[in-house]
Design a protein around this ligand. Structure first.
Ligand code: KQY
Length: 365
């Protein structure tokens, strides 16, 4: 797609909050057997359920490989879903897709961050990742959106949340990890975020959720629900490895002011489980050198915070867990004007993420 050599900020563009209205949601069809068990068949069922839940609120576009085209079309048969042939390395469009930016005057452009599979050769989750790094460009091309490319600056969409009013939340665990942008210091990273997302203030949480294989993406841990209000994954159990993470994040959030000088109200979302993959689930994943080992002893980074805000609704994961009802009730209370739909999230979690990680919103302009 046509590449601009300025920055969104100098051109008057910024990233809207997720609750601003969308024209559609992007997804990618899961396929790789070294990440998704049983040749990705259970994951495909889960993705189709997510796509159909979203399509009840707004249109969905799903990128799929040539090999899976017919199968995906059959499983995604719904008037609100279009299927497009698109090669990729895996199915995490939150991280490989563009971050759309708008200018309040009908302009829509996209930031195409460099992608290195969550850490490149220093802890990344697979190689090669070249087709994933091309996903944002392909989506922007299909939508005829001008593109800003941050060549050499690595970022995944799941590593940030914005309030649309100048504030961004992220984690040091991810953005300051030497496996992302080791050539830059914190202030230089903040400048890149400001220039490309039009934000004025970064709130740095030290860590994300325990065992999150993305190195602590904020979208699995903490999100804005409206300006000056955040939802934080939470446990009161001092034995839980998340206890220190959650309590430290709370202290940071309570001491923070947003870009407009407001203090933040923090809502606490219980963490499900603890959840683990079964031996049978792990055995269904192909073993390939350089990909994430699957083992029943490894705690899964399950989180209800990994939901998507859609036009008029919330699409959130359920885990057949005792906390599912509490999570639904809290989401209904926090979003009284939206319909909350919960979709089984376990199969997506087994692959390393959840609903927010496999979706990318395109703002309406
Ligand atoms: O959660 C995400 N944003 C991506 C997770 C990638 C996991 C690959 N196994």
């Amino acid at each position: 797609m046509y590449t601009l050599h300025s920055t969104p900020r100098t051109d008057g563009f910024s990233m809207p909050a997720e609750w601003a209205s969308h024209s559609q949601i992007w997804m990618i069809w899961p396929e790789r057997p070294d990440n998704w068990r049983l040749g990705a068949k259970p994951a495909q069922t889960a993705f189709a359920e997510v796509a159909k839940a979203i399509a009840g609120f707004e249109p969905v576009s799903v990128g799929v490989s040539a090999a899976q085209y017919q199968n995906a079309c059959a499983q995604l048969d719904h008037p609100g879903i279009r299927v497009l042939e698109m090669s990729s390395d895996d199915a995490w469009v939150r991280d490989t897709g563009p971050t759309f930016v708008t200018n309040g005057q009908g302009g829509l452009r996209g930031v195409d961050w460099t992608f290195n599979a969550w850490g490149g050769f220093n802890g990344g989750l697979y190689w090669p990742w070249q087709r994933d790094d091309q996903v944002a460009d392909k989506i922007l091309g299909l939508e005829r959106c001008p593109r800003y490319r941050t060549e050499g600056f690595v970022l995944e969409g799941g590593a940030i949340h914005v309030d649309g009013e100048g504030t961004l939340i992220t984690t040091e665990e991810c953005l300051l990890n030497p496996n992302r942008n080791s050539h830059l210091v914190r202030e230089e990273i903040e400048l890149m975020l400001a220039d490309h997302l039009g934000i004025d203030k970064v709130i740095w949480l030290p860590l994300g959720l325990f065992n999150d294989e993305t190195d602590g993406h904020v979208d699995n841990f903490c999100c804005f629900v409206r300006p000056a209000e955040v939802l934080l994954a939470w446990t009161d159990d001092p034995q839980d490895p998340n206890y220190e993470r959650c309590h430290t994040a709370l202290r940071v959030l309570e001491a923070s002011r947003d870009a407009k000088g407001r203090t933040l109200q923090v809502h606490k979302m219980p963490i499900p489980g603890p959840l683990y993959a079964t031996a049978e689930e792990c055995a269904g994943v192909d073993r390939v050198l350089g990909t994430q080992p699957r083992d029943p002893s490894i705690r899964l980074a399950g989180s209800y915070v990994n939901f998507l805000i859609v036009n008029g609704g919330i699409v959130a994961p359920s885990f057949a867990d005792a906390q599912d009802d509490t999570a639904r009730a809290l989401l209904e209370q926090l979003f009284p004007d939206r319909r909350v739909v919960m979709v089984p999230g376990r199969e997506i979690l087994l692959g390393g993420g959840n609903i927010h990680c496999i979706t990318q919103q395109q703002p309406a302009v």
